[in-house]
Design a binder for this molecule. Sequence first.
Ligand SMILES: NC(=O)c1ccc[n+]([C@@H]2O[C@H](COP(=O)([O-])OP(=O)(O)OC[C@H]3O[C@@H](n4cnc5c(N)ncnc54)[C@H](OP(=O)(O)O)[C@@H]3O)[C@@H](O)[C@H]2O)c1
Length: 371
Amino acid sequence: MSTVVRLPAGSRLRRPPQPTSAPRLALLGTGTVGSAFVARCDALRRRGVAVPPFAWLANSRAVAAGDDAPAALRRLRGAAPQQAPLPPWAEREGLRRGDIVVDATASDLVAGWHSEWLLRGIHVVTANKLAAGADLVRAQAITHAARDGGACHGDSATVGAGLPLLRAVRALVAGGDRIRSVEGVLSGSLAWLFAHHDGSRPFSALVRTARDGGLTEPDPRVDLSGEDVRRKLLILARAAGLPLEARDVAVESLLPPALVAAAGDAVDAALDALDAPMQARLSAARAAAASLHVVGSFGDDGANVALRLLPAGHVLAAGAGTDNRVAVHSCRYDERPLFVQGPGAGAGVTAAALLDDVLAIAGGAALRASA
Ligand SMILES: NC(=O)c1ccc[n+]([C@@H]2O[C@H](COP(=O)([O-])OP(=O)(O)OC[C@H]3O[C@@H](n4cnc5c(N)ncnc54)[C@H](OP(=O)(O)O)[C@@H]3O)[C@@H](O)[C@H]2O)c1
């Protein structure tokens, strides 16, 4: 005799309705990453890939319809400044259930909207770490809203710019594994800076080159303070099932006081204050026959971010350029860690990670529609 398990009436009522139309994209942020995202969408469409159409694009100054996204992007990039960032565009622009918001901003205001959209069945794909990598309450609200709204929060671009690290951690946990620790070079920008820091150019000049090449955060102090690595550690730890708060991660900042205190338009000049302390760190590393790396870790011994001297041949000192290098120790991988290495910064790989998430969501929607 078979048993029929009846769902309580409430859970049937709570099941989110399915979208009735094909997903559209709404892009927030037309800077380094947002522009690369539009270019990649355009390139893949020309190769016949079914990329959802843009409904609209926006930056902090203006909103434009998305029929011709590259032209809209050009107009938005030239838009006049506003007194204050735009208010919630989404409300005005009529997002519908099943649409996909792409957050290519570094805005706390935008990050605060993710759970609201998800609850309404609007998917969110993000490069912005202030969503799941800031307050634990916000990260948990995002998880709950995605579940209750039947929407996806695509965050592949937030850690390792799409390297298969975050998804490996999630897959291990889903398979019953326990993550014991994660340790590694998680900032592609800092990896690039220290790979090029050989004393031939002042450290400040390297920071300017990295910033102008779109490798750093819009404000490079977010990288140099260790804050960017802290956010990535929080995202990874939460994905591993550890509900860490920002204060649980001890962070060694590389910022001298003059750079901490600098107002927005004085940051560039204040970068020079990095040169003497970074030269001293380089000399100490050379004296110890080691190299400098900013390493972040969490595990049973706590969580921290620090500039470390690693001896030649150390596994975390391998690679080059913007490479992230991360070791995951778990019950399954207890003798030797799972190791992920590859380019972890830059507009191209970040935009590709955003589009991976978009296509996975749109592919899922198409599958559901044909079922
Ligand atoms: N670059 C990388 O390698 C990399 C890698 C991984 C993740 N990320 C992340 O990607 C995000 C974007 O980085 P980026 O380098 O592209 O920054 P960016 O060049 O400074 O661009 C940021 C964009 O966000 C827009 N914006 C700010 N507030 C907004 C608001 N309230 N509404 C709508 N748009 C708003 C800005 O508008 P305006 O143009 O009007 O100022 C700008 O277009 C960041 O969260 C960063 O952490 C970057």
